[in-house]
Structure formats: structure tokens, C-alpha cells
Design a protein around this ligand. Structure first.
Ligand code: IPE
Ligand code: IPE
Ligand code: MG
Length: 239
């Protein structure tokens, strides 16, 4: 196991595909929502741990644009958990100097969730510690198509010369324009895929895949991932 060293490079931005809640529940003969509920505790621990080691951005994949395909009762349970988290935890986000942000098609969420999110985002807007970015109804292809649409509109309106379009101009149209690219991408539950998460942004992220299911992913697991990151040699195509 890679030991984390606080004196070595800390990933500035960690992104997590929090997978395996359903399997965790099934292993225990519990309903899937219990996996999601315990998974929410792992989110709190990840936040604490990122704060402790000095990570600047934590982006968590909480609900994908494809997750709407799940049974209505499960979608409801997830939205209920989000509402619960925002109600119960916004004060601790404020206390811990955490700034909450979201990416994804937020207008697809139930209105009550949208309101709660707005309130928490506003209440934490002045914080300058860790930024927590929650991906909700997020799909990377959707995001890229949306960015392309707005760039085409700009070109049509004569505000952008297609010949001048470059990577920075494109990235500025993405939901993540305000954040650096993830340094470290973690996926729990052992699946070797990215499931439509931050396709553009993870071009040069270091990837850490663990069999640990998200509800079991706690402080030591995050430190292990950060320790593994510290052993990697990033080259960005150079030597
Ligand atoms: C991740 O756990 C949570 C969400 C995708 C919302 P899953 O619900 O996908 O759990 P598994 O993959 O079925 O175990
Ligand atoms: C990815 O998990 C989405 C989130 C963690 C929110 P999924 O469980 O939806 O992904 P697949 O279906 O295994 O690819
Ligand atoms: Mg899954």
C-alpha cells in the first residue's frame, strides 16, 4: 500500500466516481437506498480528509444523466438524500470554509432540490477553503454538446471566428470552466470505466481504481489513493 506523505505533492483536484452503493447494500441484504445513505457518510469523510490534507477541489459524481433510467423509487431516494444532506450539512460546510458548487443539468432536478442547492451555494459562496463540486444529472457528452452549441451560436452571431477556436476557448464553455482539471480520478467498486464523467477534463488525470465499494471508502482509502498519486510520474506527453 502506498503511504501518503503530507510533505509530498498533494493532488490539487480530486474527482471521484462514487460507485458500488447498490452492491454494498445487496451484500448485507439491505435495500439499495441504505447503500446510498451510508455512501453519503463516505462523502462527509472524503470532505474532512480532503480538508485535512489540503486538497483544493473535490468533484463527486453523485447522479449521472443516465441515472434517470433507474426505478422511480430509487431516483426519489437519491433526491431525498441530497435534500437531507443540504439541510443537515450546509452549516458544517460554512463552518469548515467549504464552498459548494454544482455541475450538470440542474434544471432537470426536482424544484425543491434546485432551491435547496441554490440556498447552500449562496450560503457558502464566500468560503475560500475546499471547493466541493457535486455532479448532478451530469453527463460529459451532454456537456460537450451543450458547449459546442453555444460556440456555434457565438460564431453565427459573429462573436467568434471558428478559425480562432482553441482548447482554452472550448474549455471555458464547459460546466467546469472555473476549476482546474482533476489531478486524480478515483473510481470505487472496481469497474474499469469512466461512465460519461468529465471526459474532456480527465485527459491527463492519474486514475486510481479500487475494489472498495463507495460506502466502505473512508479516510484510509482516500489517503491510500493520494499516496498512490504521489508515486506516479506525470509526463503530460513529455519525457
Ligand atoms: C453509485 O452506486 C451511486 C449512484 C450511481 C447514484 P450504485 O447505485 O451505482 O451502486 P451499484 O453500482 O449498483 O453497486
Ligand atoms: C456512475 O455510476 C455514476 C455515478 C457514480 C453517479 P453508475 O453505476 O451509474 O455507472 P455504470 O452504469 O456502472 O457505468
Ligand atoms: Mg453503479
Amino acid at each position: 500500500m502506498a503511504a501518503f506523505d503530507p510533505d509530498k505533492e498533494i493532488p490539487r483536484h480530486i474527482a471521484i466516481i462514487m460507485d458500488g452503493n447498490g452492491r454494498w447494500a445487496r451484500e448485507r441484504g439491505l435495500p439499495r437506498r441504505e447503500g446510498h445513505r451510508t455512501g453519503a457518510e463516505s462523502v462527509e469523510i472524503a470532505l474532512e480528509t480532503c480538508g485535512e490534507i489540503g486538497v483544493d477541489y473535490l468533484t463527486i459524481y453523485a447522479f449521472s444523466s443516465e441515472n434517470w433510467k433507474r426505478p422511480e423509487a430509487e431516483v426519489k431516494a437519491l433526491m431525498g438524500l441530497l435534500a437531507h444532506f443540504l439541510k443537515e450539512k450546509t452549516s458544517s460546510l460554512i463552518k469548515n470554509n467549504i464552498r459548494l458548487r454544482v455541475i450538470g443539468q440542474i434544471d432537470k432536478l426536482p424544484k425543491s432540490n434546485q432551491k435547496e442547492l441554490e440556498k447552500s451555494i449562496e450560503a457558502t459562496a464566500g468560503n475560500d477553503g475546499l471547493t466541493l463540486v457535486v455532479a448532478l444529472s451530469y453527463g460529459s457528452r451532454e456537456e460537450i454538446v451543450e458547449a459546442t452549441r453555444s460556440l456555434m451560436k457565438k460564431a453565427q452571431d459573429g462573436e467568434l471566428d471558428p478559425g480562432n477556436l482553441d482548447e482554452a476557448t472550448f474549455a471555458a464553455q464547459l460546466n467546469t470552466a472555473a476549476y482546474p482539471d482533476p489531478d486524480l480520478l478515483i473510481r470505487t467498486s472496481g469497474e474499469f470505466r469512466v461512465s460519461n464523467f468529465l471526459l474532456w477534463q480527465i485527459s491527463y488525470s492519474e486514475i486510481f481504481i479500487t475494489k472498495t465499494l463507495w460506502p466502505d471508502f473512508r479516510r484510509d482509502n482516500l489517503l491510500e489513493a493520494a499516496g498512490e498519486y504521489q508515486k506516479r510520474q506525470r509526463r503530460f506527453g513529455g519525457v
